[in-house]
Design a protein around this ligand. Structure first.
Ligand code: NAD
Length: 476
């Protein structure tokens, strides 16, 4: 069920002397040993990526797309096997892991198509002169993907890099390495030239500090916390290396008085607990108009409290454990702080069971503005629901955090929707749905939630440079 974990460097699979355990967060059993890259492994990956880049940049966009589409097809065919390893290492319900595999394949399929549409531009010029704008692959990408989506997070970065003609060295998350291993295997089987995709694991700071300063690395692509994103940006800035960052969120949901309250409450509770709340776009701060607050909160709490929590391998489970033991104390601290400041714990509030990293679906009501959770992303199954007096009040509170990734509204009033579109400080706004993005839509944040976009027609721009060409017919 669980793959043999190895590094993938220069088209070959490698074991290492130093390994760390990969733990099943539902049972705390060891699933396998993860090889940690040495400095020599990293240097080999760099050398391979430089060679791979020279081959891949000269491969036609259609030939690149063919290989990417082939790998995506293999991932779809291997869906069941990959989903099982994701559930084992991450804990999410198998049904959600299956969907994640398909979403990962879709990222590859969309970007493969886009690879053939990275059009340039002709700019009108005087007779005898031609101005043209060309998009060219940036170079070697050093990418770092997190543990919350073991398959789709690495897929986003590998898809963007490969479709653009870049080579990539990916450090996938140590807690959840199998998704990236399956992707590398699919690309090996699809005939990707050696060195174009390299996969490493190990000590995160050692790897980023070794790779980012190296000359061939022209782009750092990172998804994770704002704190680490800031650190990597500082490292990259010393070398004027570009960064693509998808960082933390603390998504507001504004529930207006005109909405279908019961349906919105159930949808909110279900969506909040998806992936155990460990999603950067997870709805987190719910602002309900004071006229409907009681009814909305009651419906939300009832549905949240009935969430079936357990090992994602078991049928019917709706929410698995948190992915690692770090989240439990962090969540308890946030809940205790909110309680001490006067919030009501309507359901949950603590650890679930005594084995595995489970946390209860938790709803906090009437949380004061000075509680830490009003500013800090919980990244777990904890929701805050507060009443607001007006849309002005809701928008002001929604914007009162340093984050700006996703935002949501429940309303059918055109004037309210216009205001949310104009005034919410987020990169992704969804009305009457708590889905935030698709492969064909540009995804990314404003404020401290990141820089650049992945997906959509905008996605490949981050992985490419722009060259302006002035061609004069005569020497001037
Ligand atoms: P963390 O900040 O320690 O790590 C987040 C990710 O960054 C991990 O995958 C880790 O391996 C990597 N990382 C850490 N230090 C690094 C370094 N010096 N160089 C390169 N990579 C490095 O936090 P955590 O405890 O793993 O996760 C909790 C927080 O991370 C959450 O509060 C959330 O904000 C954020 N997070 C965000 C996303 C997202 O999708 N945006 C995903 C996972 C975690």
């Amino acid at each position: 069920m669980y793959p043999d974990l190895k590094l993938f460097i220069a088209g070959e699979w490698r074991k290492t002397d130093v390994t760390i355990p990969v733990i099943n967060p539902a049972t705390e059993a060891e699933l396998g040993r993860l090889p940690c890259a040495s400095i020599k492994d990293l240097d080999d990956a760099l050398e391979a990526a430089v060679i791979g880049f020279q081959i891949w940049r000269k491969t036609s966009p259609r030939a690149r797309a063919d290989i990417i589409m082939h790998a995506a097809k293999l991932l779809r065919e291997r869906q069941e096997k990959i989903a099982h390893s994701i559930t084992l290492e991450h804990g999410k319900p198998l049904s959600q892991a299956r969907l994640e595999v398909i979403r990962g394949a879709e990222f590859f399929e969309w970007d493969a198509g886009e690879a053939m549409r990275t059009y340039g531009r002709i700019i009108p010029a005087a007779p005898g002169h031609k101005f043209s704008v060309h998009h060219q692959p940036a170079g070697v990408v050093a990418a770092f993907s997190p543990w919350n989506f073991p398959m789709s997070q690495p897929a986003r970065k590998i898809a963007g890099a490969l479709a653009s003609g870049c080579a990539i060295i990916l450090k996938a998350a140590e807690e959840t390495p199998a998704g990236a291993v399956h992707i590398a295997k699919a690309f090996e089987d699809a005939g990707l030239p050696a060195g174009v995709l390299n996969l490493v694991f190990g000590q995160p700071s050692e790897i980023s500090e070794h790779l980012i300063p190296k000359d061939p690395v022209q782009l750092v692509a990172f998804t994770g916390s704002t704190a680490v994103g800031r650190h990597l940006t500082t490292l990259a800035s010393h070398h004027m290396t570009r960064v693509l960052l998808e960082l933390g969120g603390h998504a507001p949901v504004i529930i207006c008085e005109d909405t279908d309250i019961k349906t919105a409450a159930v949808s909110s509770a279900v969506r909040k607990m998806r992936n155990t709340g460990q999603v950067c776009t997870s709805p987190t701060r719910f602002f309900a108009h004071e006229h409907i607050f009681e009814e909305y909160a009651a419906g939300f709490v009832q549905r949240a409290a009935s969430t079936l929590v357990g090992n994602g391998m078991e049928p019917g489970i709706e929410m698995g454990p948190t992915a690692n033991d770090r989240r439990i104390p962090a969540l308890i601290e946030l809940v205790e702080d909110a309680k001490a400041k006067g919030a009501t714990v309507a359901t949950g509030g603590g650890r679930h069971g005594d084995r595995g990293f489970f946390f209860q679906p938790t709803v906090l009501l009437n949380v004061p503005k000075d509680a830490r959770i009003m500013q800090e992303e919980p990244f777990g199954p904890v929701a805050v629901i507060n009443p607001v007096a007006s849309l002005d009040d809701a928008i002001e509170q929604a914007n009162s955090v340093p984050f700006g990734l996703a935002g949501y509204g429940f309303t059918n009033r055109a004037d309210y929707i216009d205001r949310l579109v104009d005034e919410l400080e987020v990169g992704n706004l969804s009305i009457n749905t708590l889905e935030a993005s698709m492969p064909e839509t540009p995804f990314g944040g404003v404020k401290s939630s990141g820089q650049g976009r992945e997906g959509g027609t905008e996605g490949l721009e981050n992985y490419m440079t722009i060259k302006n060409v002035w061609h004069s017919a005569n020497i001037t």
